[in-house]
Design a protein around this ligand. Structure first.
Ligand SMILES: Cc1cc2nc3c(=O)[nH]c(=O)nc-3n(C[C@H](O)[C@H](O)[C@H](O)COP(=O)(O)OP(=O)(O)OC[C@H]3O[C@@H](n4cnc5c(N)ncnc54)[C@H](O)[C@@H]3O)c2cc1C
Length: 402
């Protein structure tokens, strides 16, 4: 192979590491440039869907994830006042995927696994505290300027992949827009070791309510013994300190599950919530994947999974371009495949999830519950529904796009 300029990857998040590992396995050198001094471990993604487990299984990562995560074979849709509406059994997907379940594993642990695997390869560098500030490209490659503890540096590469999240500097350097909207609401995530399982909750629960819906999940937590995360809507204009205030936080959790003593709240985090997709995922030698390309509300646990699917798709095409001299028109195929499904599935499904869980019209809410009950009562309907929400249909649809 001729000596190659490295591919530059902005962002050491889950998607940046996945792009890196896929390139490393093909012998393509790369440098990950990360602004922060460490991998973020705030409570964000925790749900991994079947097609993601299939993709990672091909490169030997899934067994490592299974070792650390919780296998969740069913989840609940609930009403905050009336309790269980429908129990979704993912086992119905057993002929569609070798992984008919969700895996609960925190996203920073996935990053740790991927970073560890990269140590087996040569030609890969991960540079922390290297913030990408500007990018230029020409026919032959890309040049980026970074800020680092040693001052400004200039690096050259063959291509630049923006895996630098929702505020992507790479995307801002491209001739694209980031279309969509931002909700006038934030999501409050509380973590507690309190075992909600003793009250009949599944390991994943969506709890609808016109005033204050919530979502409740169990992830392994720092010691692997379990941590429950509770997600609530929060006022976009209120000061974080007011939202995090102890008595208010207690009232929120007590509001859907009474307990005689206060809950021990381990973490409190607030997130802005957007629904946006970049108008194009490539511009010459600059390419986007993950949150840099699309962002969405986390109900349904889809954003990171979708970014992984981008990363596998993109690296296969990039390898054909770099190693086999294939044309850049493959990037147009990447854009068509992944951006189409970002609109048709990721955006549509997550917007619907939020609308349904907060439905204020009681008759529409009752109709939605009836629909869910009809789905779980009929195996064919359940399979069709779960193929969509477990993200299998989106991957199949992307493959069908030329
Ligand atoms: C509360 C919550 C729950 C969620 N739950 C789920 C879930 O269950 N399942 C799911 O699939 N998704 C979920 N998501 C979404 C998921 O967290 C994101 O989709 C995921 O983090 C995207 O990964 P990424 O690597 O694209 O970007 P990020 O994780 O944002 O990583 C981007 C990295 O780029 C770095 N960076 C930024 N700018 C620069 C720069 N200029 N130079 C260098 N580095 C830079 C950042 O420091 C960061 O490390 C959730 C999100 C939230 C907020």
């Amino acid at each position: 192979m001729p000596s190659l300029k490295p591919v530059l990857i902005a962002g050491a998040g889950p998607i940046g590491f996945t792009v890196g590992l896929n390139l490393a396995r093909r012998g393509i050198p790369f440098i990950i440039l990360e602004a922060a001094d460490r991998i973020f471990d705030d409570p964000r993604a925790g749900t991994i869907h079947p097609p993601t487990l299939e993709m990672f299984d091909h490169i030997g990562v899934t067994p490592l994830m299974l070792d650390q995560g919780y296998v969740v074979g069913n989840y609940h849709y609930r009403d905050r006042r009336d309790g269980l509406v429908a129990n979704f059994d993912l086992g119905v997907l057993k002929d569609d995927t070798p992984f008919p379940y969700r895996l609960m594993l925190e996203q920073h642990k996935i990053c740790y696994i991927l970073r560890e695997l990269l140590k087996e390869y040569e030609g890969c560098e991960v540079l922390m505290q290297h913030r990408v500030t500007s990018i230029i490209q020409d026919e032959a490659g890309v040049a980026v300027e970074v800020e680092s503890p040693q001052g400004k540096k200039r690096l050259e590469g063959s291509y630049m992949i923006g895996c630098d999240g929702g505020r992507s500097q790479v995307r801002k350097s491209m001739n694209v827009t980031f279309d969509g909207f931002t909700y006038e609401e934030r999501f409050l995530v509380l973590s507690t070791r309190y075992d909600f399982g003793q009250h009949g909750y599944a390991l994943t629960n969506y709890i609808a309510d016109p005033q204050e819906w919530c979502a409740l999940f169990k992830v392994p937590g720092p010691d692997g013994n379990g941590m429950w995360r509770v997600v609530f809507p929060a006022d976009a204009k209120a000061e974080p300190a007011a939202i995090f205030e102890e008595s208010l936080v207690q009232a929120r959790v007590q509001g859907f599950q009474h307990k005689d003593t206060p809950f021990e709240i381990v973490h409190r985090n607030l997130y802005d919530v957007h629904q946006r997709v970049a108008s194009c995922y490539h511009d010459g030698r600059l390419l986007l994947a993950g949150d840099a390309a699309h962002i969405n509300n986390p109900l349904g646990g889809m954003g990171m999974n979708f970014g992984f699917h981008d990363a596998f798709n993109l690296t296969e095409k990039l390898a054909q371009v770099i190693l086999d001299g294939a044309s850049h028109s493959l990037f147009e195929v990447y854009d068509r495949q992944r951006r189409t499904v970002a609109q048709e599935y990721l955006q549509r499904q997550t917007i619907e999830n939020k609308r349904n869980i907060e439905q204020k019209d009681r008759s529409q809410q009752a109709a939605f519950y009836d629909e869910l009950r009809a789905i779980v009562a009929d195996r064919d309907k359940l399979r069709t529904y779960l193929l969509r929400v477990a993200m299998i249909e989106g991957v199949r649809r992307a493959k069908s796009i030329a």
